[in-house]
Design a protein around this ligand. Structure first.
Ligand code: IVH
Length: 685
């Protein structure tokens, strides 16, 4: 058994002492006793122990990458030097005017004909960050805030893998006493998409866009949470320094790259305004192909002496400018508010707009979410509104255009329809719901939604929204079962369909029969049953017959299913039409039995959990479902038999009791880790 396995706490303490000793020899005395790679090996070992035993991480640890204890509040800190903003340019004309302004200013300073060298950098759509390194060691990370005062987010910055905790130095190099590195924290598009997929799968809410997601993450109080969310960083400026002399921005970028910071490889230096303009246009054309969002290009005068002479006007340096890409919001006329029934009849409002170009795309429709959202925004057909298109998300109507709100006689507010816009059945509004509903289960609008959802959930590639509409119009498909009765010969007759695409679709439909029972339960359209509940029901009941025979009481024993949900599920499963659909699909060969592990088996089997306090991300029900899905038990009170207490914010007496009984306490991140790795690592200690 290794030293660490025998007593990880002792080994961690020893490593920390050794690392601190060597860091002092290296940095303060300039007289290292061991080589860099030996130092790195010790650091790696400590990281390994801390990763396995998060409870051993201390704030002063030389690693501090795994994330220390949560902070109770974000502390405001003053920047050593103001963080400036940038004036904007929107086109070549603006850019030439900027260069002329600089020439005129310098002429007044007695510099007659300056030759400018420009640096053009992508303007990353993230959050500006100031990082302070003292004697080569990361001391503080702070958000921009208002430019003068930011928030201390050091605990989170330490979890960002690409930010070096200490400067990378050449052999024998002494780090500057002080250097401030500035740059942008962001989330890459691929990381953002993957994170949202993970969250959706776990039944958590998803983030709007990468910027919001990065902003929310960097301001987390618990760094262990930040550590699970992939943040990146581009360095783009050196701020205050002591013991470091740089003469140009190019110097600064080279210094940053050489000392361990990610610097965008596509940053270019250019000699003329015309070359800068061409470069900005090139970035605009590349925008959609990048793995991070940019909202423009930042152009900086390279030479520090010229920068100094040019100075600052208000909050903007005269020596830099932001070339902003076309905005993602635009003003247009709201033609009408229309309503679309969802698969359970909820009427969703959407906006029909006078077509308008936003960030290179023409928008005619935009979502309005629900009635309350519509009322709150107080937008009215016939008036101008502001629309937003962010990334790849569905365009939204944000608000009325500022000028219309002051008008004396505004057109009337849009009305919630009294009849379903598709089938004309009178609508109803269930008490406590934000949606008015079409109550007709045979409504073609509702059926279309059910069928497209079914095709998506069952992963039938090629069976998209338009094709579903056509199949419905032709009368070939009324229920999901009809998909499995299509044949290649008939499909091949459709416009734009050949024998080959017909065969391909048939293969995809056939393949969907292999989808597991839990998936099928989600796909057939039982209100309240999504991906997670579908799977939970499948595991709990193991066959459709057992589920159909179950009463409310029994259904409510399913992880994550409360009494109200159980009642709704039970009622729908008693509906003869639902039973008929299930029978149909079963005969057609879909899976209605479960073959995954039964409840009680899994990574957490045999373990008992108690939940207390508010968890940062998961609701009580979600956490319970996750534990039960992995075979664990959740009980209400702490005893000696409790394996773990999962404690969130404002945990009270249960936490005290667990501590007095020596029951291990985990936070949400600890639970998530336990779910991923099982309790094996902990059993050893
Ligand atoms: S330089 C005086 N460079 O843009 C220098 N800023 O409006 C000011 N930004 O708050 C910053 N990419 O968040 C600079 N390559 C880049 C940038 C960049 C994004 C952001 C930054 C800043 C804002 C300025």
């Amino acid at each position: 058994m290794s030293e660490a396995a025998a007593d990880p706490a002792a080994r961690a303490a020893q490593l920390r002492a050794e690392l601190n000793h060597h860091a002092r020899r290296y940095y303060e005395l300039d007289d290292p006793e061991i080589a860099d790679d030996a130092y790195d090996a010790l650091l790696d070992e400590l990281r390994g122990i801390e990763a396995e035993h998060p409870e051993l991480v201390s704030e002063d640890s030389p690693t501090c990458r795994v994330g220390a204890a949560p902070v109770s509040d974000l502390v405001k800190v003053a920047h050593l030097q103001r963080m400036l903003s940038l004036a904007n340019a929107h086109n070549g004309e603006d850019l030439r005017a900027w260069v002329t302004r600089m020439r005129n200013h310098l002429a007044r300073e007695g510099i007659a004909d300056p030759s400018f060298r420009f640096v053009a950098e992508p303007k990353i759509d993230g959050l500006a960050m100031s990082l302070i390194y003292r004697d080569g060691v990361l001391e503080r990370g702070a958000t921009r805030g208002d430019g003068e005062i930011g928030e201390d987010v050091t605990h989170n910055v330490r979890t960002i893998a690409v930010i070096p905790p200490r400067l990378v130095l050449a052999p024998g190099e002494t780090p500057p006493a002080l250097v401030e590195v500035r740059g942008e924290v962001y989330m890459s598009l691929s990381d953002f998409t993957a994170l949202n997929e993970r969250r959706a799968e776990a039944g958590l809410s998803t983030f709007m866009n990468p910027r919001n997601s990065a902003a929310g993450t960097i301001r987390q109080l618990d760094p262990r949470l930040t550590a699970q969310r992939p943040l990146s960083f581009w360095a783009y400026q050196v701020g205050v320094t002591d013991g470091l002399e740089l003469h140009s921005h190019t110097d600064a970028l080279a210094w940053l790259a050489a000392h361990g910071f990610p610097v965008n490889p596509d940053i270019t230096t250019l000699d003329s305004a015309e070359a800068v303009i061409a470069q900005c246009e090139a970035w605009a054309a590349r925008r959609g192909a990048l793995d991070f969002e940019i909202d423009g290009v930042v152009i900086k005068v390279d030479d520090y002496e010229l920068q100094r002479r040019l100075g600052v006007v208000g909050r903007d340096p005269r020596w830099a400018i932001a070339w902003k890409f076309p905005p993602t919001t635009a003003k247009t006329r709201l033609l009408a508010v229309r309503w679309n029934p969802g698969k359970f009849g909820d009427l969703h409002p959407y906006a029909e707009l006078e077509p308008v170009r936003v960030a290179g795309v023409t928008i005619k429709l935009a979502t309005l979410h629900n009635e309350e959202d519509l009322a709150r925004k107080d937008i009215r057909p016939g008036e101008d509104v502001i629309v937003l298109r962010a990334g790849d998300v569905i365009p939204q109507v944000l608000s009325p255009a500022p000028h219309v709100v002051e008008a004396a006689d505004r057109p009337p507010r849009p009305q919630v329809p009294a009849r379903c816009p598709v089938c004309e059945t009178p609508t109803v509004k269930p008490e406590g719901s934000v949606f008015t509903r079409c109550p007709n289960r045979d409504c073609a609008g509702r059926r279309w939604q059910l069928l497209t959802t079914f095709a998506g959930v069952m992963d039938i590639v090629g069976l998209g929204e338009k094709l579903v509409s056509r199949l419905m119009e032709l009368g070939w498909v009324r229920s999901a079962a009809d998909f499995y009765r299509l044949d290649a010969a008939r499909l091949a007759q459709l416009d734009g369909f050949g024998a080959r695409s017909a065969e391909k679709l048939m293969t995809a439909i056939e393949a969907s029969k292999a989808q597991p029972f839990g998936r099928v339960l989600f796909a057939i359209g039982i209100e309240e049953v999504g991906a997670v509940t579908g799977e939970n029901l499948a595991r709990q009941f193991r066959s459709i017959d057992a589920l159909l025979a179950a009463g409310e009481e029994e259904i409510s024993q399913t992880p994550g299913v409360g009494p109200k949900m159980a009642a709704a599920i039970c009622a729908q499963l008693a509906d003869p039409k639902m039973v008929a659909l299930i029978e149909d699909l079963r005969e057609l060969g879909l899976r209605f039995v479960e073959d995954g592990p039964p409840p009680g088996e899994g990574a957490l089997s045999g373990l008992t959990f108690v939940l207390t306090g508010t968890l940062p991300e998961l609701t009580r029900e979600e956490a319970t479902a996750l534990i039960q899905n992995a075979g664990g038990k959740v009980t209400g009170s702490v005893s000696k038999k409790t394996s773990y207490l999962i404690a969130g914010e404002a945990a009270g007496s249960k936490l005290a009791k667990a501590e007095s009984l020596g029951v291990p306490v985990l936070d949400e991140a600890g639970l998530v880790e336990l779910l991923a790795t099982g309790p094996a690592a902990d059993k050893e200690s």
